[in-house]
Design a binder for this molecule. Structure first.
Ligand SMILES: Nc1ncnc2c1ncn2[C@@H]1O[C@H](COP(=O)(O)OP(=O)(O)OP(=O)(O)O)[C@@H](O)[C@H]1O
Ligand SMILES: C[C@@](O)(CCO)CC(=O)[O-]
Ligand SMILES: [Mg+2]
Length: 444
């Protein structure tokens, strides 16, 4: 339906431009040779520009496809990971590293000759493709629904068959859950229709910066945007309205369930809404930071899997419910205190606030250790930064992945350079990212 609207628009613009082009030739041709050289030049230029415009629009129309782009940011968790899955408060912020999705949908006539759904993971030089008829044959039809629903175990099994058929290289087998999620979200939101979906990302995969959530949010943003009726071309990125944000966040959460098993929803929520949020049992409070917050991010490059780490904490909780309850309560208090400090407008100097944040990060890291989600590589980062009186904690699911180091305002560039040099000489990768930026955005 919307594809038609796009085609009619293109045809209308094409006709008007062609008409203008013909009128221009008719009115100028008779007396063209009587004009001064500069007037002749002006006429030629006008004709040239009009002709180029007409050809561009014609080619766009000939392309017979509609393109929608979306992007969604990764995140850092300042306090509360894992405990948030068990009902504690957590604080997270979007970072300016994004996952990008380009969705290309063939228009009606081209769709008749193109029967495939293709997924391109550009950074990994991988392409997966299914015929729409094969998807229809394997995925139960009731999976296509207009409101977000969970993927049933039966549907997930059917999707796994389609993923297996793609013969993913063994060393990239960790992508399977992402590809299953892609098939589930695509067929649930757009049904069984052909398309090419191109994905690129600035986020390291499986490293605690929310690559899975950014993937789910960017994909659902593009899918939802493709059915928005107003596709007027706008320059640059624009955000979605509240209703669509809420809808895409619910879909992305369903996607995260396939990748994480039991997500709290904090990662997809901060990726969808951006900025900084306090999150507890699905309740979101947007935070307004009243102090500068600089963090160094160190990727230990130790691969791990959020699903396994989350289920490890749940198993420990089953074995020691009372002890773990106290741990989760302590984390809840840390996150609430941290949110209050960040938002506080009182006279306390930035240095005092930074001292408190430092201590809270230290206690939080200790509690994460007691949940069993730290790693020797994380300990190495903590020890290295502590030599320079800097405090670090893991971010995301832990078990390797990324570590945050608070960079107080008084810390000089020379110290930061020294720390980075030391960390990188141990084989880690350091970077800084701007904290608290935009959430999901689309572009037509
Ligand atoms: N751009 C992407 N394309 C396809 N799949 C992706 C993409 N990004 C993430 N994934 C999927 O998500 C998985 C990684 O998710 P996981 O939750 O383990 O790590 P993370 O989200 O980076 O870290 P955390 O959850 O701790 O923030 C990958 O193994 C892959 O299946
Ligand atoms: C480990 C965890 O708390 C954060 C992962 O970024 C899992 C979740 O909340 O879904
Ligand atoms: Mg994840």
């Amino acid at each position: 339906m919307h594809s038609f609207a796009y085609r009619e628009n293109a045809l209308f613009t094409f006709s008007v431009t062609t008409l203008a082009f013909i009128c221009a030739i008719a009115s100028f041709s008779d007396n063209f040779s009587n004009q001064t050289p500069s007037a002749q030049m002006e006429v030629s230029l006008t004709l040239n520009i009009t002709a180029r415009l007409a050809v561009t629009i014609y080619l766009e129309h000939k392309a017979e496809e509609m393109e929608v782009k979306a992007r969604a940011p990764g995140k850092i968790i300042l306090a509360g990971e894992h405990a948030v899955v068990h009902g504690s408060t957590a604080v997270a912020a979007a970072i300016d590293l994004y996952t990008y999705v380009t969705l290309r949908l063939p228009l009606q006539s081209a769709a008749e000759n193109n029967d495939r759904l293709t997924l391109q993971l550009k950074d990994l030089s991988l392409e997966f493709s299914w015929s729409v008829s094969r998807l229809k044959e394997v995925i139960p039809c009731d999976s296509s629904t207009s409101s977000p629903a969970s993927c049933s175990g039966e549907t997930l099994k059917s999707i796994a068959v389609l993923v297996e058929e793609q013969n993913i290289p063994e060393e990239k087998i960790w992508l399977s859950s992402g590809i299953s999620t892609f098939l589930w979200l695509y067929t649930s939101i757009r049904g069984f229709s052909p398309a090419t979906v191109i994905i690129t990302t600035e986020l390291p995969y499986g490293s605690g910066l929310g690559s899975s959530a950014a993937f789910c949010v960017a994909l659902t943003s593009a899918l939802i945007a493709s059915s928005i009726s107003d596709k007027t071309h706008r320059e640059g990125w624009s955000s979605l309205d509240e209703t669509n944000l809420e809808l895409l966040n619910k879909w992305a959460f369903e996607g995260e369930k396939i990748i994480h098993g039991k997500p709290s929803g904090i990662d997809n929520t901060v990726s969808a809404y951006g900025n900084m949020i306090k999150f507890c049992s699905g309740e979101i409070t947007r935070l307004q930071s009243n102090m500068p917050l600089r963090m160094l991010i160190t990727n230990t490059k130790v691969g791990r899997n959020t699903k396994a780490l989350v289920s490890g904490v749940s198993e420990r909780t089953v074995r020691h419910p009372d002890a773990m309850k106290s741990v989760f309560n302590a984390v809840d208090s840390i996150s609430k205190e941290l949110a209050a400090i960040i938002q506080s407008k009182d006279e306390n100097s930035v240095t005092e606030k930074e001292e408190s944040i430092k201590e809270l990060m230290e206690i939080n890291q200790g509690l994460l250790q007691s949940m069993g989600v730290s790693h020797s590589s994380i300990d190495t980062v903590i020890r290295t930064t502590l030599k320079h009186k800097l405090t670090s904690k893991l971010t995301g699911a832990g078990g390797g992945g990324c570590v945050l180091t608070l960079l107080p305002t008084v810390v000089s560039g020379t110290v930061v350079d020294k720390v980075v040099e030391e960390l990188e000489s141990s084989g880690f990768q350091c970077f800084t990212a701007s904290i608290g930026g935009n959430g999901a955005e689309i572009c037509f």
